[in-house]
Design a protein around this ligand. Structure first.
Ligand code: FAD
Length: 383
């Protein structure tokens, strides 16, 4: 536990850790093996502030600050990468509905989300538009009192299980005039679309889906926010999204540290426990130093956001450093385990896979470097 947290934040962290260790951690290995997720657990977790914390009180949420969000994500990441990814995306969808939804949209989509009875996806990435999201090609063309959606999205978290989602697509008038990128609410029951999982390495209890829209018709009232405001909406969530990923990676590093300490104390070679070998101590200490440095960078970014700062630079730094550190922590923890680290019966095998995710979504490490470079040097190297 860190003294960088105030009493309330530390109490939340301790209560949440106890809950996750008792109620969720024992389920993880089996759900990962089956590549399934226990969706019915989420209602209990929302009581701590997951998802509801991202929503205004006026709309039925808890409206928590960035530091509380940071603690929530750190603990989710320590417990289970698939859980952290799932609550992160649900929170983002809920936040966008709270910020930009009409009363009718909130009643239809947000209220059941907060009750953990409906779940949403968020779709920006396309095969030709990843880091360069502005190159997206999906379209929503106006046709009377509908929009007709066409195009494909990839890597969309949990879309297979979700009931609806927020699609970013180019909004076209009936005459083909381009109104810019808008956000569209797509309800799977009302407007069926193609969806299938793409087999993937990390966070195995999530699906990572391709979405296919071939003349999918949605009602015109499903436009979320103003025409052309889609990127603005996504950018409003960008800092919190980066910080969420960063703190999930800190939690994962912490889990690596705990596993490395546990294993090196238990395992004996050459008549001694591994913990007594200096080279093993070096690996364990390197994980600890990296984890604590990453944690303090993440907490610092959260404090900047809570103080009303823009936080763009700090969130990029946290996303970059915490993501890269998670990869190093997992590599070292696996090394401490020797051959056992590569076996599914030990959690470091999962940590190693999940750590590879930390440097990619919400802006890759390279994109964070370029954002920070622009901030420091006043020149963009993005294109
Ligand atoms: C597990 C997982 C879940 C995801 N969930 C979602 C989701 O729910 N919704 C969604 O919309 N998307 C999602 N994504 C997509 C994610 O946001 C993208 O993968 C990410 O933005 C990177 O895009 P890309 O994969 O196309 O990589 P690319 O953009 O093709 O990048 C490939 C490599 O080139 C580097 N690169 C690219 N451009 C530059 C540049 N200008 N300078 C230097 N280096 C550069 C990158 O850093 C990277 O190393 C998810 C991805 C993963 C892996």
């Amino acid at each position: 536990m860190s003294i960088a947290l105030n009493t309330e934040e530390r109490d939340l962290q301790q209560a949440l850790r106890r809950y996750l260790d008792a109620e969720v951690a024992p389920l993880v290995a089996e759900y990962e093996r089956r590549r399934e997720f226990p969706w019915d657990l989420l209602g209990g977790l929302y009581e701590f502030g997951y998802v509801r914390g991202a929503v205004a009180r006026a709309h039925g949420g808890d409206e928590v600050g960035a530091m509380v969000q940071a603690v929530l994500m750190e603990e989710a990441g320590r417990c289970w990468g698939s859980l952290r990814t799932t609550v992160n995306v649900q929170g983002m969808v809920a936040m966008l509905l709270s910020r930009a939804g009409t009363d009718a949209q909130r009643a239809r989509f947000l209220d059941p989300m907060l009750a953990a009875s409906r779940f949403g996806w968020f779709a920006l990435t396309e095969a030709e538009a990843g880091s360069d999201a502005g190159a997206l090609r999906c379209t929503g063309r106006r046709d009377g009192d509908s929009f007709v959606l066409n195009g494909r999205k990839i890597y969309i978290t949990n879309a297979l299980h979700c009931d609806f989602g927020i699609l970013l697509a180019r909004q076209l008038d009936e005459d083909g005039a381009d109104r810019g990128v808008s956000a569209f609410l797509v309800d799977a029951a009302e407007s069926p679309y193609g969806v299938h999982d793409i087999a993937h390495m990390p966070v195995r209890s999530t699906t990572s889906c391709e979405l296919v829209f071939d003349d999918v018709r949605i009602p015109a009232e499903n436009l979320l926010g103003e025409p052309g405001s889609g990127f603005g909406l996504a950018m409003a969530a960008v800092n919190q999204g980066r910080l969420n990923m960063a703190m999930g990676a800190v939690g994962l590093s912490q889990a690596c540290l705990e596993a490395a300490v546990r294993f090196s104390r238990e395992r004996r070679q050459f008549g001694k426990s591994l913990a007594e070998f200096q080279l093993v101590q070096q690996m364990v200490v390197d994980i600890a130093v990296g984890t604590q440095t990453a944690r303090l960078l993440g907490y610092d970014a959260a404090r900047v956001l809570d103080a009303g700062g823009d936080g763009r630079y700090e969130c990029s730094m946290a996303k970059y450093y915490c993501g890269e550190t998670a990869g190093r922590s997992a590599t070292l923890a696996l090394q401490v385990h020797g051959g056992a680290g590569l076996m599914e019966e030990f959690p470091v095998e999962r940590y190693f896979r999940d750590a590879r995710e930390a440097t990619i979504p919400e802006g890759t490490s390279q994109i964070q470097v370029l954002q920070m470079g622009k901030h420091l040097l006043g020149r963009s190297a993005l294109r």
